[in-house]
Design a binder for this molecule. Structure first.
Ligand SMILES: [Zn+2]
Length: 340
């Protein structure tokens, strides 16, 4: 259907398979619609570099204690890389780091987001600013939404801020065994997702930036520093499409696939058509929350409603930054967008 090729059988949820020598594909359970996350083990001398960790939920901890942990074959994790701060990626980082005595590597923007989101527990002003940001987008804050927006939920499924948290720089090369992986920081889905590209092996650990079946959330959120997530997301495709040789893609959700450039084209077309639709709908001025109801199913749960409003807001804001919409603001009123 998509024209992509899936050359490997996926591991079972809670299991693993060898992908190429020294690279293992592990799959951990995630509650809700995603159902699983892929994480990657890179053979690294006597131990392993682990890329992403799973969410801190009992089923994922049990998988590490059981069939997924068996992939380590009794060797230690000596380095953990988190592609980004989302709970399914970084949730078990502090727990695994403590267990193995391993440092955790993230980009600077992602380390800041992890610290900020965990810190809302200690700093009510941060949580209040986040709620105010969603109110300005036109979202009526119900008690159910408040629990998601205040990040009580995030703190419950993220095991902590790792004690030994180190920063990854764009372009840096990580050696793991005989393979070399270049760090490529990309924004859009979040502020500084770290992808790993091995030109020698033609492999790309793609995080949530390029998924085979779904388009990842590209949203505007109060805690983010990137002013134009849609522009950043589409802008990242230029560098990814230029990767030579074109790599096998190791995505965080769905199966390993060939066809990176084809998939980038499909995702770019998806966002172009969303932008055109948003421009048409904004002929009658509307808030991000009102737009989200037009673009997405109306019966979403609290988390997905938050993501839908973030995604709608990011597209409205992108059009405003490019002069295709204008922003209508009045004191005490939610922000609305209208035809320029
Ligand atoms: Zn993510």
């Amino acid at each position: 259907m998509s024209g992509l090729e899936f050359p490997h059988a996926a591991p079972p949820v809670g299991g693993w398979v060898a992908l190429v020598p020294g690279v293992r594909w592990l799959r951990l359970p995630v509650p809700g619609g995603l159902r699983h996350i892929n994480v990657w083990l890179l053979e690294d001398g006597p131990g392993w570099t682990l890329v992403d960790t799973g969410m801190d939920v009992p089923a994922a901890r049990a998988a590490w204690d059981g069939a997924v942990g068996a992939a380590l074959e009794g060797r230690a994790v000596t380095r953990i890389v988190c592609t980004h701060h989302h709970p399914d990626h970084a949730g078990l980082a502090a727990w695994l780091a403590e267990r193995h005595g391993a440092p955790v590597y993230m980009s600077e923007p992602e380390a800041m987001l992890l610290r900020d989101l965990r810190a809302t527990e200690l700093d009510p002003a941060l949580a209040a600013a986040r709620l105010a940001g969603f109110e300005a987008a036109g979202l009526a804050i119900t008690p159910e939404l408040e629990s998601v927006l205040s990040l009580r939920n995030y703190r419950r499924i993220v095991s902590g801020v790792p004690a030994d948290l180190r920063i990854l720089a764009d372009g840096e090369v990580l050696a793991a065994g005989s393979r070399r992986w270049q760090v490529r920081l990309v924004a859009g889905h979040t502020d500084g997702q770290a992808l790993l590209y091995s030109a020698d092996s033609a492999l790309l650990i793609a995080g949530d930036q390029v998924l085979p079946r779904i388009s990842s959330n590209v949203g505007l959120y109060p805690e983010r520093r990137d002013p134009d997530p849609v522009g950043s997301f589409l802008g990242s495709f230029v560098g990814l499409a230029a990767l030579e040789p074109e790599p096998l893609v190791l995505p965080s959700h769905g199966d390993v696939f060939h066809g990176l450039r084809l998939r980038l084209g499909q995702l770019a077309a998806h966002h172009a058509s969303t932008l055109a639709e948003v421009e048409r709908l904004a002929e009658a001025p509307l808030t991000a929350a009102a737009l989200a109801k037009r673009l997405f199913r109306p019966d979403l749960d609290a988390l997905n409603r938050m993501l839908a409003v973030g995604e709608a807001h990011a597209h409205l804001h992108h059009l405003a930054l490019h002069g295709r919409l204008r922003v209508l603001e009045a004191p005490g009123e939610p922000r609305r967008y209208a035809s320029a």
